[in-house]
Each structure stands twice: as C-alpha cells, then as structure tokens.
Design a binder for this molecule. Structure first.
Ligand code: FES
Length: 160
C-alpha cells in the first residue's frame, strides 16, 4: 500500500454501498475497517487517515477503534494467526496454561509474529464462543474446547 491510496475507487464504491445501509454514515466505520483489512490483510496508519477523511472524523476516532478491537491489525500477520481467549469462561477452564504453552512453543508473546512469518499470536477478550471454552480463533475458524494436545495438533497443521 506504499504511496498508493488504500481506498481505491473500487473500495470507495464498495464503501459507499455499505454506508447506504446506515442512517448515520460513521456507524459504518467498523465495516469500513473490515473491508480494508480483508483487502490488504492489515490496516496501515495511512489507511486509517484515509478512512478518517472519508467519514470526516478525527484520526483519533479511527485509532480508538483500531486499538480497542483486537481483530484489527496494523501490521501484516503471520500465515497462521492464533487468537486465544483469556476472558472468564476460558480462563476458568485453563486458558492461562494454554496461553503460556503457546507462547513458549511459538517463542512469541501476544501481539508478535514469529521470525519465519508463520505464526502470529493474539491474546484476546471474549470471542463470543464461551460454550467451547477454552477456545481460540484461527483464521475464521473457532476451535475448542482446547487442550494442550489439540493446541499442538493445531500448530503442527499450521506449520505444514
Ligand atoms: S470467554 Fe472465551 S470465548 Fe467467551
């Protein structure tokens, strides 16, 4: 996205269509950010600026959303992005042990990507799948209830 507009004419057109579904335009901020992330895999600061301009809102408002929701990334994620939940239901069922195991196995902390670009790890808040706690989201797939063995299998299959 270097020196080129994130909001290409095609994306602008899609965004206009999305905004048409909302009585208040800025309510489409989340779908707009999703659209950019689906297109590029991550959202640069420049893209955030363009979004702020598009909605005629301060950049700080876009930043706030970007930093609040763990599902938005400002850097390219690894090929396998593991988002593991640490909130109450998952915590009570052993999430911390699983998180520590993953951090040790992958050699990265939450918010980091492995040197070989294969894995990214995000420790996140409730993903709304408490019934399968403890759980993780890998790509678009929700996986749980997790055990150390299942985590290892998941990492193994992502490595291939
Ligand atoms: S607490 Fe983990 S998915 Fe809800």
């Amino acid at each position: 996205m270097n020196n080129t507009l994130a909001l290409t004419p095609t994306l602008r057109e899609k965004l206009n269509q999305i905004c048409a579904n909302y009585p208040v335009q800025r309510a489409a901020l989340l779908p707009a950010l999703h659209l950019i992330q689906e297109t590029y895999g991550f959202i640069t600061l420049e893209a955030e600026r363009e979004v702020a301009e598009y909605f005629s809102i301060p950049l700080a408002d876009v930043r706030e959303v970007m930093t609040f929701y763990t599902l938005f990334h400002s850097k390219p994620a690894g090929a396998c992005h593991i988002q593991i939940c640490r909130t109450l239901s998952c915590d009570l069922r052993g999430a911390q042990k699983l998180i520590s195991h993953l951090q040790e196995k992958l050699g990265i902390q939450s918010g980091e990507t492995s040197a070989d670009q294969k894995f990214s790890l995000s420790v996140v808040e409730c993903l709304g799948a408490c019934e399968i706690a403890p759980m993780a989201k890998v790509g678009k797939e929700f996986i749980g209830p997790l055990t150390i063995e299942k985590l290892d299998e998941m990492v193994e299959s992502c490595s291939q």
